[in-house]
Design a protein around this ligand. Structure first.
Ligand code: PEP
Length: 253
């Protein structure tokens, strides 16, 4: 069975103290996690070690980085390498979030390099894809997302892609309060899985967790996660509120 994942994306929010309080509140609530249902917290770089240590009291909850650089090491002031993340014992890294693509010009080709460097360091990417509003309005979202996947992932072997994690996040639904309907999410997730199956076969496609992201909240998580090809969510705003994110974790199927 592929993993169901509720992943928090704190983005550039919260002080360390606020973040630790949030984690404490979430960990003190009953969490329905197990080996197949995970909670992941993508937190700002300076908090990773603290958050990772806090989460160590509970199984099946993990810290994640929100990004890493596409070079191994060297004169790249201000950047963080995959090797550094590995050295603090991380397993997960969010790559290619639409905010990074837009504000930091991350291209599909650059993301392919980031994926490679994560694999070289034993890190599992949570690879984000998704179309802007203009593409959705033009009705070409399927081929847009397909190109993102092909250009950043399709150089990988079937073995590398087995158990991979993708987050489909329509940009028009991120932080806007405008959620894709559960049917729109299912439609795209099924498309993504069919594209993966055509390239790598059904077994690999079925092993890949495809998370939905875009204004997921406690009130809509169960319906969205209930769709057959939706394997959880990547959550921004609602992950900053303990009661919201706890309910979201407990909405995984
Ligand atoms: C995100 O940051 O990936 C996201 C989906 O944000 P929000 O849940 O706030 O729309």
């Amino acid at each position: 069975m592929r993993k169901q994942i509720a992943a928090a994306n704190w983005k550039m929010n919260l002080t360390l103290e606020q973040g630790e309080t949030l984690i404490d509140e979430i960990l003190s609530s009953p969490l329905n996690v197990n080996e197949d249902k995970l909670a992941v917290f993508a937190v700002p770089f300076p908090y990773l070690i603290n958050v990772k240590n806090k989460l160590a009291v509970k199984k099946n909850v993990f810290a994640a980085a929100q990004n890493c650089y596409n070079k191994k090491s060297g004169a790249y002031t201000g950047e963080v390498s995959a090797e550094m993340l590995k050295s603090i014992g991380l397993q997960y890294v969010v790559l290619g979030h639409s905010e990074r693509r837009e504000y930091f010009n991350e291209s599909n080709a650059m993301l392919a390099e980031k994926v490679n460097i994560c694999f070289e360091n034993g890190l599992q990417p949570i690879f984000c894809c998704g179309e802007p509003l203009s593409i959705r309005e033009a009705g070409t979202q399927n081929s847009y997302v397909e190109t993102q996947l092909k250009e950043s992932l399709f150089h990988l072997t079937a073995d590398q892609l087995k158990g991979f994690v993708i987050a489909y996040e329509p940009i028009w639904a991120i932080g806007t309060g405008k959620t894709a309907s559960s049917d729109q999410a299912q439609e795209m997730h099924a498309h993504i899985r069919s594209v993966l199956a055509a390239q790598y076969g059904n077994a690999v496609a079925d092993s890949i967790s495809i998370l939905y992201g875009g204004s997921v909240k406690a009130a809509n998580a169960k319906e969205i996660f209930g769709k057959p090809d939706v394997d959880g969510g990547l959550v921004g705003g609602a992950s900053l509120v303990a009661a919201e994110f706890t309910t979201i974790i407990n909405s995984l199927k």
